[in-house]
Design a binder for this molecule. Structure first.
Ligand SMILES: [Mn+2]
Length: 391
């Protein structure tokens, strides 16, 4: 990659109250887009895109378009949360699903929003194998080192949508209420901020400021339609399972829910949100095993939610689950939420229900044991019974 001539990109973590640093970030974003005029870019969002990811991909496309840059938004994984399906459908947001053999040849660069490549799995590997330039990263999670972009804007705010709203507010593209696409982008970003801050409960001043700015452009009927989607039956079943299986210790509520379908991945954070509503619970962790669609691969995946200020999900999950052989953490997060994903590898697959049951017992016990150790609780409840192969 050619040496970039943008000043200051070496130290991208900016203090949000420092307006002049924000201005520099904006100038650099404008400059890099200007340099890429006429190109086609891939915007990569996380595997199980949430409203913050979807809306900022959408916003980036609008901005890039004004620089004559064509953009495709891509994700691996699934969109299954009914609100997310409603967001994509009602706002007519075009997303491309990653699949084996995805043609990367049309793209001269890639952009990462609301992630830094650690939650967009196979796409990053393919992009790096093809040496497609990593141009831009805009995110609000803890800084990660998976990518080496020309420009990054990582701010400690409630949502990536807040950062994009500030680009609009500062005039990177002037939003106009009379333009339908502008109204849709503003509505999507508002939904992104709202969900990433748990309905503004964990919002920071920057998030409120962004929401106040966006409120002048949104379609509130549309926003209401997006947010009033009911929970699916599958999600209700996952929540029910997490309630039945939960172990409550020292304010932590931990639930293993067994196997679930790839399409129901989004039910896990919803179940964690639900467990957090129980009296005396400040932190909820829900996990299960998901099989990939070809039925061959399996991975353990989970979500963590906390309302306790002294619990840092990023630090917590990194410490509990550690790193894979290549040095990447299995989990991470931000101020109130986090997630983890652990490939099962050689033990993946197998139709035999007894074998699956046996595997689940081992995984469940291992995860519980690691979490209990971290929170300093000895497990006095019984060990899982695993029958030996001979009887
Ligand atoms: Mn986010």
């Amino acid at each position: 990659m050619k040496e970039n001539n943008l000043a200051g990109t070496k130290d991208p973590l900016i203090r949000v109250e420092d307006v002049s640093v924000q201005e520099i970030q904006l100038r650099q974003m404008r400059q890099i887009l200007e340099e890429c005029r006429g190109q086609r870019h891939l915007v990569v969002i996380q595997n199980y895109p949430d409203p913050d990811a979807i809306s900022t991909g959408f916003a980036h496309r609008l901005i890039a378009g004004t620089f004559g840059i064509e953009v495709d938004i891509v994700y691996a994984g699934q969109i299954s949360h009914p609100e997310n399906i409603a967001l994509v459908k009602l706002l007519d947001i075009e997303l491309r699903k990653w699949e084996n053999g995805f043609d990367l040849s049309p793209y001269q660069g890639c952009v990462f929003v609301d992630n830094q490549g650690t939650t967009s799995g196979p796409i990053v590997d393919a992009i790096q194998a093809k040496k497609i330039p990593e141009l831009i990263v805009v995110d609000h999670h803890e800084t990660q080192d998976r990518l080496n972009p020309k420009f990054k804007d990582i701010r400690k705010v409630g949502a990536t949508a807040t950062i994009y709203a500030s680009y609009f507010e500062e005039g990177l593209v002037k939003l106009e209420k009379s333009k339908k696409e502008h109204v849709m982008v503003a509505t999507a970003l508002m939904h992104g901020i709202k969900t990433d801050t748990v309905g503004f409960v964990t919002a920071m001043p920057e998030d409120f400021q962004a929401a106040a700015f966006l409120s002048r452009f949104i379609d509130s009927d549309l926003l209401e339609q997006i947010t009033s989607q009911a929970r699916s039956k599958q999600t209700m079943e996952v929540i029910q399972k997490s309630l039945a299986n939960r172990v409550n210790k020292e304010g932590y509520s931990i639930a293993g829910i067994g196997y679930l379908r790839c399409e129901d991945r989004d039910a896990i954070p919803q179940a964690a949100d639900f467990l957090l509503t129980e009296e005396n619970v400040h932190t909820a962790i829900v996990f299960g095993v998901i099989s990939t669609n070809d039925g061959e691969g399996e991975f353990l995946t989970g979500s963590m939610r906390t309302s306790k200020i002294t619990v840092d999900p990023d630090e917590f999950l990194k410490e509990v689950f550690g790193k894979d052989p290549s040095g990447r953490h299995f989990g991470g997060g931000k101020k109130t939420a986090g997630g983890f994903e652990i490939p099962i590898g050689f033990l993946s697959g197998g139709e035999d229900s007894e074998f699956r049951e046996m595997k689940w017992k081992v995984y469940n016990a291992q995860i519980l044991q690691k979490i209990m150790k971290k929170i300093g609780v000895k497990r006095e409840d019984k060990k899982p019974e695993i029958s030996s192969p001979t009887g």
